[in-house]
Design a protein around this ligand. Structure first.
Ligand SMILES: O=C(O)CCC(=O)C(=O)O
Ligand SMILES: [Fe+2]
Length: 410
């Protein structure tokens, strides 16, 4: 298999042939999903350009386009194609209990400016604990412009209602509509489709991956929502810095002008949901992710205490999770937690994940200010470019990115 793969890589590199497209943002192999800023792919120049040849062609040669699950379901299928069936999930424990729920953080108690209710140290502690022990929290009273959220809900729905041919028109080299990254004919497939595209900075956008005609207001809607998410990111990383006892401005700057991208997820209902997964278990190789569970159909589960814990949707809330980069920067104080999506029998689930990366100039490694009082570094440091390269090699080898960077300290 490995030899076969190497041969295909070599062939693809030599011929420069693009046999199939890869999908950014949904690519995975083994346990962890990979994600990263691929800005370098669109004309970075120099060293970055070199990586483009080496890396992108390998990916493209390994990626096999699968059909849209939404399309498959619309054909009233009676049996689930075997490529979607996951024997490994049979018998896995899912724990539902009110004592074991993802923490809820009230942002109105943490905003410093113009906070009439006063700042709550209690809520700050809750946030710190959520980042340390859960890697996830539900954010309520977040103050995201309601109209921006409403428009996003409408336009994303409208996009997924378009005929499959129109959706497939959203396509660029590494972004666009389709299935999660597929590496081989044998690989199990996720019960879901997505539209993936970069949103910020402007120079990272490739409008070929965006819907061209409908929804009519798509660009405007995404612009507004994207800047709201950027605002949230800045507030959240600032609060995290405060809790970590590090310079807020400096921490915020690490994420300033970092790549922002969005993944619109559509999970159709499945006649036998216990056999499939909407997204395989993965952690996000990003700084932080802000998720909008758009049509209020549950499905997300996160790893906690060795079990899967379902996230119960709170209408209007946003779900925030720590990505691999913040786990590393915080020297493991904050956790990037594995999560997956299960499917509903009758209802579709739609979500929008907004990923926020650190700036490409950032060294991805434990922050020196956290390595004090006898603390040891838990991860080795790599440049952002190397981090991206690792995302790729981890994908090819089926290894975990965090494990790869973890230092053996014993
Ligand atoms: O749809 C969801 O709830 C989760 C999506 C997700 O984990 C992702 O896009 O990385
Ligand atoms: Fe994710």
């Amino acid at each position: 298999m490995a030899a076969d793969r190497r041969e295909r890589e070599a062939n693809a590199r030599m011929s420069g042939k693009r046999e199939a497209r890869m999908r950014k943002g949904g690519e995975r192999r083994g346990e962890r999903e990979c994600r990263g800023g691929w800005k370098w792919d669109r004309g970075g120049g120099g060293e970055l350009e070199e990586r483009k040849c080496e890396v992108v062609y390998i990916w493209e040669s390994l990626s096999i386009d699968a059909s849209s699950v939404q399309d498959l379901v619309s054909k009233n299928l009676e049996t689930i194609p075997s490529r979607y069936i996951r024997p490994e999930i049979d018998g896995e424990i899912v724990v539902t209990s009110i004592d074991n729920e993802v923490p809820v953080i009230d942002l109105s108690k943490l905003i410093l400016d113009g906070n009439k209710g006063g700042f709550s140290n209690e809520e700050m502690k809750k946030l710190h604990l959520a980042c340390q022990e859960w890697g996830f929290f539900q954010l309520v009273n977040h103050g995201v412009d309601e109209e921006a959220m409403k428009k996003m809900v409408e336009d994303v729905r409208e996009f997924f209602e378009l005929p499959v041919e129109l959706k497939k028109e959203c396509s660029s080299e590494i972004e666009g509509y389709g299935q999660a990254f597929v590496l081989s004919e044998e690989q199990k497939l996720d019960w879901g489709d997505m539209l993936y595209f970069s949103t910020r900075p402007d120079s990272a956008r490739n409008y070929k991956a965006w819907p061209a005609h409908r929804p009519l207001t798509f660009r405007e809607t995404v612009n507004k929502y994207s800047s709201e998410m950027e605002r949230m990111k800045t507030i959240l990383v600032g609060l995290m810095a405060k809790n970590l006892g590090i310079d807020q401005g400096k921490f915020i700057d690490l994420f300033k002008d970092g790549l922002q991208s969005m993944r619109l997820n559509y999970y159709p209902p499945c006649p036998d949901p216990s056999k499939v997964l909407g997204i395989s278990p993965h952690s996000d190789a990003t700084g932080i992710t802000i998720l909008l569970q758009l049509n209020e159909v549950d499905g997300l589960q996160i790893r906690h205490g060795g079990n899967w814990v379902p996230v119960k949707i709170i209408p209007g809330a946003l779900l925030v999770n720590i990505g691999d980069v913040i786990e590393i920067l915080s020297n493991g104080i904050y956790k990037s937690i594995e999560h997956r999506v299960v499917i509903n029998k009758e209802k579709e689930r739609i979500s929008v994940a907004t990923f926020h990366e650190a700036h490409t100039s950032v060294l991805v490694g434990p922050l020196p200010e956290l390595i004090v009082d006898g603390e040891t570094e838990m991860y080795r440091s790599v440049t952002s470019a190397e981090f991206l390269k690792l995302i790729l090699s981890q994908k090819l080898d089926g290894k975990s990115l965090l494990d790869n960077l973890k230092l053996k300290n014993e």
